[in-house]
Design a protein around this ligand. Structure first.
Ligand code: PEP
Ligand code: MN
Length: 305
């Protein structure tokens, strides 16, 4: 029997597509997320120094990114690891936006920090470890939320957390698949590409992929990025560092500039197939019906299964 996704996800009605809303399009600075253009967020795991951040920002902008990522408040598994520069990091991010025109996405870890982070960032990231932090989900920021899937969260759990943000008056949620914990231990996480395909099918919220935290290893990031594009992701968030070996956090999975350029080049054929609107700027609030090439992309994925 064919599964009724609407029945299966009945407790999160507002995140599901409806006749009223088939696609949420989120305006950020002068572009949109979810509107058919593919969006790349790129930058270091942590904001370290002004020089590191600015070099990365200029580089990723020239390579086609629209958004600079970088953690100022860092959730770290070890209490002895670098916890981020806090306010100083936010100021460096704002300076990088002013220098490059890139929008800023950065993590907020507690509801008390929401007003401060919202003052500096264009998009607030709620990280995997906080996907079920209800006080944080309920905090009113006035900014779009990048909601990362928890490492042991089901798709239903992710959608429930998104529903909470929507219920608290913020319609602008971007979902993010960043890999989950499974019995497989060779990689940092298991990249759940099916989650992207399913969420594209059932939810009106944009969904992006984080191949960096999924893979944990820079040599696998481009392949996971290509797979994410083919599954219909609305964008990527990728860790990039001028000198990954010297990174203060997540160096193993960070791309250097040359590797980022090569990744951006390698996703182009997949974008041409799955995001034909990439080079057109769309301001439509609703996504148009599938174009023939998009349908071919979806069908190619289905056939591959
Ligand atoms: C990050 O983006 O640097 C991060 C900590 O991500 P996640 O919450 O997915 O682990
Ligand atoms: Mn990281």
């Amino acid at each position: 029997m064919r599964v009724s996704w609407h029945e299966r996800f009945a407790d999160t009605p507002d995140v599901l597509k409806s006749p009223r809303l088939s696609q949420t399009v989120i305006p950020v600075l002068d572009f949109e997320i979810g509107g058919g253009n593919f969006i790349t967020m790129a930058g270091p795991c942590s904001v370290e120094t002004e020089a590191q951040l600015l070099a990365t920002a200029h580089h990723v902008r020239h390579a086609g990114a629209q958004i600079l990522r970088g953690g100022a408040f860092k959730p770290r598994s070890s209490p002895y690891a670098f916890q981020g520069h806090g306010l100083e990091g936010l100021k460096m991010l704002a300076h990088a936006r002013q220098q490059t025109g890139l929008a800023i996405v950065t993590e907020v870890m507690s509801e008390e920090d929401v007003p401060l982070v919202a003052e500096y960032a264009d998009i607030l990231q709620i990280g995997s470890r906080n996907m079920e932090n209800y006080a944080l989900l309920e905090a009113r920021s006035g900014r779009p939320i990048l909601l990362k899937r928890g490492m042991v969260a089901t798709i239903a759990d992710l959608l429930r957390s998104a529903q909470i943000v929507l219920d608290n008056g913020n319609p602008n949620v971007i979902l993010c698949e960043r890999g989950i914990r499974t019995f497989e231990t060779a990689l940092r996480n298991t990249f759940d590409v099916a989650a992207i395909a399913l969420i594209k099918q059932i939810s009106h919220l944009p969904i992006i992929a984080d191949p960096s935290h999924a893979a944990g290893s820079s040599d696998l990031v481009p392949a996971l990025a290509r797979v994410a594009v083919a599954a219909g992701a609305d964008g990527l968030i990728v860790e990039v560092h001028p000198d990954p070996e010297k990174a203060w956090s997540d160096g193993d999975q960070s791309l250097d500039f040359a590797a980022f350029d090569a990744m951006m080049e390698s996703i182009k054929p997949y974008l041409a197939l799955c995001h034909p609107m990439q080079s057109e700027r769309s301001s439509a609030r609703r996504v148009p019906a599938l174009r023939p090439r998009q349908a071919a992309c979806v069908h190619a994925m289905e056939a591959a299964g």
